[in-house]
Write a protein that binds this ligand. Structure first.
Ligand code: GRF
Length: 195
């Protein structure tokens, strides 16, 4: 990796606003890296259009199209390895990657989660925090292991919840933090790895 730009592979299942933030950060030179692909398990996901609009190769891989989970993961591994991926960034990728997959990329698969882990893991981190009535929530960037939103924490940013906010307002504030924190954290990691 020392003589060339870090290769980022992005994986997402949905809207892709974090993927867009990472694309923008690379295009503006805020991340010294190249995005080598976007992988999704959802053919209709808006993130696919975002990748296409940015001229980034996308790959759709659905478990149902493979005989086994192992074969599905192998298709993703092949796509990542063929593009010499250095870091795999999950951004709303709604499936668990197995320990077998992760051993190919130790400390190289990273996830963003919209709560202060270990509080409120799972699919609805923002809503769960809102419904619980916590006064402070936030965003976590962490290395991925084979659990659900577990794995060593890299960075966190907290957010004080205004009691007048509805859920949509909280979501909007969380996403604003995500779109700053993910690119900044990845750039910091890349710089540290290059030293
Ligand atoms: C984000 O809130 C992220 O933290 C979570 O899933 C959401 C994805 O949103 N893991 P988007 O597709 O990036 O807009």
């Amino acid at each position: 990796m020392n003589n060339s730009k870090c290769h980022l592979m992005l994986m997402a299942s949905g809207t892709g606003s974090n993927v867009q933030a990472l694309i923008d950060a690379v295009n503006h030179g805020q991340i010294q890296a190249e995005i080598v692909g976007v992988i999704s398990d959802q053919p209709q996901a808006a993130v696919i259009q975002k990748a296409q609009a940015a001229g980034i190769e996308s790959f759709i891989s659905q478990p149902k199209d493979y005989i086994s989970r192992k074969d599905w993961e192998q298709s993703i591994l092949d796509f990542c390895q063929a593009r010499s991926s250095d870091l795999i960034l999950l951004a709303g990728f709604m499936r668990i990657l197995s320990a077998d997959f992760l051993q190919h990329y130790p400390q190289q698969v990273i996830n963003i989660h919209p709560s202060l882990l270990p509080a409120f893991p799972g699919r609805q981190g923002i809503k769960d925090a809102y419904d619980y009535g916590v006064k402070i929530t936030g965003v976590t960037i962490h290395y991925v292991d084979d659990g659900i939103d577990t794995g060593p924490i890299i960075a966190q940013e907290s957010l004080k919840i205004d009691p007048n906010w509805d859920l949509a307002q909280l979501e909007s504030h969380i996403h604003q933090i995500e779109h700053q924190l993910y690119p900044a954290t990845i750039e910091k990691l890349i710089q540290e790895k290059l030293i």
